[in-house]
Design a protein. Structure first.
Length: 290
């Protein structure tokens, strides 16, 4: 088997910041016949928290790695240092579900990047409160579910969405310009699993018409923000942001077009970081090892 085809182990952890963590993790990898290929760490002096991501490969044959056994063994270190940790097998492709409304530019981009291998994820289904993207989903042979949302059926619609999330057993829910506000209950139930793209450079110009607000204020930079969804509208931990420059001659139409380009790349990066296990929560912020 070619090394490029082999699965790898990814360890992510967070814990109180004390001495010797890196050395202990490196020693654990060596004891389990794993060689470290990538290692990132960050100590936050404000919260006295330590974060780490390690990618490792078997020194011998990776197929002999006992992922369950390694998880159980690492619990000894985790308990001693009060760690939250996860161990992933990169051979297991993360499963996601995408929610979208009428604007399909982010959806198109994600589907294309999954198809050409830039995004290592499996899109199990597409859910929409409109039928506009049905043909697109069909062209990719992905199940499409039209769930209409009104002010009178919002609770029932969310129950149906949650049922599909459970049915497809997905780990992440991607809001690719899904123009509905999720309830507090749903936001909390899937905490740190829902990624939204907001068509503005948060925290400025929040709400439904950020580009019009930006145009009215004569801004010179517009942007987009990908963040985890929380019960506080557009206030969740930020994963990725980017901007593009505009001038006084840029019309609101051209501003929207430029904004869509930024939205596509920002959402892609955020989802990519997530499925590559590069995003760790740090209270109301994130640590992103990119």
């Amino acid at each position: 088997m070619n090394n490029k085809d082999k699965s790898e182990l990814i360890l992510t952890l967070s814990c109180p910041d004390t001495s010797g963590i890196v050395a202990e993790v490196a020693g654990f990898m060596a004891e389990n016949n794993l060689t470290i290929k990538e290692s990132n760490q960050f100590g936050d002096s404000e919260t006295n928290s330590f974060f780490m991501r390690v990618k490792a490969l078997s020194i011998s044959d990776l197929n002999n790695i006992d992922f369950h056994g390694i998880r159980e063994s690492f619990k000894l270190i985790a308990h001693k240092r009060n760690m939250n940790f996860n161990i992933y097998n990169t051979g297991e492709i993360p499963k996601i579900i995408i929610l979208v409304s009428k604007f399909d530019h982010c959806l198109v981009d994600l589907l294309y990047r999954v198809k050409n291998g830039e995004l290592k994820a499996e899109v199990k289904a597409i859910i929409s409160n409109h039928s506009d993207t049905y043909d697109l989903a069909k062209s990719y042979n992905i199940p499409f579910h039209h769930i209409e949302v009104t002010k009178d059926n919002k609770k029932e619609a969310e129950v149906e969405i949650e049922s599909l999330i459970s049915k497809y057993d997905v780990e992440a829910i991607i809001l690719a310009r899904y123009m509905q506000i999720l309830s507090e209950e749903m936001s909390e139930k899937f905490s740190s699993r829902i990624i939204n793209i907001h068509h503005s450079f948060l925290p400025s110009f929040k709400g439904a018409s950020p580009y019009k607000q930006a145009h009215k204020r004569g801004v010179k930079l517009i942007g987009a923000t990908a963040h985890f969804v929380t019960s506080d509208l557009d206030e969740g931990p930020i994963i990725e942001q980017d901007v593009t420059r505009v001038t006084h001659i840029t019309s609101s139409f051209d501003m929207i077009a430029a904004g869509r380009d930024v939205e596509r790349i920002v959402l892609f990066r955020a989802v990519k970081y997530y499925v590559e296990r590069r995003v760790l929560l740090n209270k109301h912020k994130t640590v992103v090892f990119n």
